[in-house]
Write a new protein. Sequence first.
Length: 310
Amino acid sequence: MKPLLTLVAISSLALTAYGQSSADQDTEKAVDGLIEKTKGNLFYVNGGSFQMGDFGQVDSKTGKLPYTYSDENKYLHEVTLNGYYMASRQVSYSDFDVYTKSTGQPDVSIEGFGARFQSPNVPVGVSWNQAHDYCQWMAEKTGRPYALPTEAQWEYAARTRGEFRPYATDDGTLERGKNAPSKAEIRKTTVDGAAPKAFEIASIPANPLGIYQMGLNGFEWVNDWYGKDYYEHSPEKNPMGPEEGTEKVLRGGGFSASDQGMLTVYRSKAKPDLSRDTSDVADNPRLKEMLSKRAPFETTFRCVVNESER
């Protein structure tokens, strides 16, 4: 009887090992597929110089009136960038799931109301920390310098190498229903009348560089720390943002953002972990908990590769 039990135990271990090996192979295959997909979606952005900031104040098309109400992007300054590769598409939930599976992390799961915003081919909703780690993982897997874009890289690409383009659309204008979601389309995606879902990636025309939905499909994380007056003392060559800070820069707008929120020069910010200061909130524990973190489903990202054209 004992030999039979031993044989059964050995067989069970062998089957378990085979199952784990098969799962590992599936994961590696998915990683290889993601790497190839990402590589195919990279567009090279030739380096050059441009005036970074709200260019409305020098643009004859606006009567030299600024595009935004904010004063944090008004200091126009010359920026010169080296060439780099930019992902033409945002990272999707299905892309991010491959990463979490490969690294042994739980899948991105937004609990409660936010879970309704998830779909395989919409931009993944994550914190800056998660976005940064994904790009670093891609760098480790490929041996190429993947990273989150700098704020200057993001704006330069959104504006088609720094042209005076207020929107990162096919022609630089915003025509809802043609190169941006219409109000009716936004209403269709609205969840329980409260907030709209993201749109499918690459569902509207790309800008002339071939890059989709920059500023038009969620707030996008960039690498820089936020500094309200950083533009005033930014170096000209390849600026990287302040050396330190408490918040990271977000570029672009949410899924139902106003036209101003979708501008290529629009800036906002959030803490890297999406936490919020609730010290000034009324002494209501439940309310404090609800407001202690920004909803992650509207903050997304894409990566760049900081290398010369191959």
